[in-house]
Design a protein around this ligand. Structure first.
Ligand code: SF4
Length: 471
């Protein structure tokens, strides 16, 4: 077991963030002032923060000291510990010691790939990706006035539960009789809060789950309610997640078009029908193509398609093959996710990693995938990473031309307010701080994840949010 002793600081979360990149089985031992990792080698190292702000990690008679002027304490600690763990494990990470922070936020500050490489040990291709994405994120953020509100509406139900899912979404087979009650509660919550908003709305995102799982009548009713209660003007971006093709019907597409909606997500995750079946998704790759073509023909010109790299039962080559098929369809946006260890998912981390090829080939496949996207005319416009990725990779949204989804940028960058409706949703307010150009102080207000409780208590949830936003 590896033990990392903390000296001169108590930044357990920084130490844990870096150790987690290399080893599993973490425990913060406050009595011993240490972080331990069960899967690490049997050794004790010390991560010290000196009074002058420099961090040094000691391992036996070796001392690991980052070069250059010391950075802010948390970043400095991550740097010295990362250097030590690279040496101990014989491995480096694609994002270097950048963990616990969005890479694009650091890219805004550092401006150039070279600075990310020198100061945070980011690999050259990720450093370029972060800077390219940051540039587009900043451009899109500027299109969202700070005083505007962005709205999220959540439907936490899906036709079946994908075996890798970690969201709160529930299989409708257990909740069929609750869909109508849930949709009615959602409408009621919107009717309570929307008239009190008093701010322009920049974007509305209906997500989940799978919103199109609602029966046609309820689906139409929700759209009618949104458009009658929320001040959606001609410049407001509206996106509906229609993720699973087995929930999309011509009537639902028509209902969206009648309201002027042209932006939807149809998410294959993979274009391999065998994998889809094994993941408990009850549709084929051909269903995706059929629904995509139908939506295009009906005038949906901003379609996003999600793919996942590193799915169980798939090789790196399967991923690039799926991506090739999706690129042929020519959607406006393609988002590449990398499967990570998810606590709620049925698949254990072992299943995910053991059944895939090595971390290296997954990283290579993602890199090749990005090259394919660049070549096809896509550029990255937002990005996020999760801890516990198991492979240290990221999730990146790509867009053609000016089609990037501003809600995604508002949500991920944590610099614009979001008011959310529905079970399991989280609203946030972002406050400017003196001396900080890119960062905001974020306050959040959560709604119960339990759909049954939400149906009972939506009015209380609405009042809590009204107080939170001062409506
Ligand atoms: S479609 Fe998405 S939210 Fe629904 S079960 Fe699958 S992964 Fe979860």
């Amino acid at each position: 077991m590896l033990e990392v002793k903390l000296k001169g600081h108590d930044k357990y979360y920084c130490v844990s963030d870096v150790v987690r990149l290399f080893y599993d089985g973490l425990c913060e031992d406050r009595e011993r002032v240490a972080v331990t990792a069960e899967s690490g080698p049997d050794m004790v190292i010390t991560c010290e923060l000196e009074p002058g702000g420099r961090s040094v990690t000691y391992c036996g008679d070796k001392a690991y000291v980052p070069e250059g002027e010391p950075l802010e304490a948390g970043r400095e600690i991550r740097r010295s510990l990362y250097l030590a763990l690279c040496d101990i494990s014989g491995r480096t990470m694609p994002w270097g010691c950048l963990t616990g922070i969005r890479p694009t936020l650091v890219a805004y500050e550092e401006k150039t790939p070279d600075r990310l490489i020198e100061r945070y040990y980011v690999s050259p291709d990720k450093a370029v990706l972060a800077c390219r994405t940051a540039e587009e994120e900043l451009r899109l953020t500027e299109l969202i006035p700070e005083e505007d509100l962005n709205i999220y509406i959540g439907i936490p139900f899906c036709p079946t539960r994908c075996s890798y899912c970690s969201f709160i979404s529930q299989d409708i087979s257990h909740h069929m009789n609750r869909l109508t009650a849930y949709e009615e509660a959602l409408e009621s919550e919107i009717r309570i809060l929307a008239p009190r908003i008093g701010r322009r709305v920049s974007s509305v995102y209906v997500g989940g789950g799978t919103p199109t799982v609602l029966p046609e009548e309820e689906f139409r009713s929700l759209l009618d309610c949104m458009y009658s209660e929320i001040a959606i003007d001609g410049n407001c971006e509206v996106t509906i997640e229609a993720g699973r093709p087995d929930t999309i019907t011509e009537d639902k597409l028509l209902a969206m078009r009648e309201h002027g909606i042209t932006r939807i997500c149809i998410n294959p995750q993979t274009m391999n029908s065998d994998t889809l079946a094994r993941l408990n998704r009850k549709h084929t790759a051909e269903d995706i193509v059929r629904i995509y073509e139908m939506a295009k023909a009906m005038g949906f010109d901003s379609i996003n398609m999600d793919l996942i790299a590193g799915l169980p039962y798939e090789t790196a080559e399967d991923f690039t093959k799926s991506l090739g098929r999706v690129i042929e369809l020519d959607p406006a946006n393609i988002t590449i996710h990398t499967l990570y260890k998810k606590r709620r998912a049925e698949l254990s981390k072992e299943t995910v990693l053991d059944r895939n090829e090595s971390r290296g080939s997954l990283a290579d496949a993602v890199k090749e995938g990005y090259e394919m996207l660049y070549e096809a005319g896509y550029h990255p416009y937002y990005m996020y990473r999760q801890k516990d990725t198991g492979h240290g990779l990221e999730n990146t949204g790509f867009a053609k031309g000016d089609t990037g989804c501003i809600y995604n940028v508002a949500m991920m960058t944590d610099v614009r307010d979001v008011l959310s409706f529905g079970a399991g949703s989280s609203s946030k307010r972002c406050f400017r701080q003196e001396g900080e150009e890119y960062k905001r102080r974020v306050e959040r207000c959560f709604t119960t994840k339990n759909a049954i409780e939400y149906i009972k208590d939506y009015a209380k949830a609405a009042e809590r949010k009204a107080e939170f936003f001062g409506l």
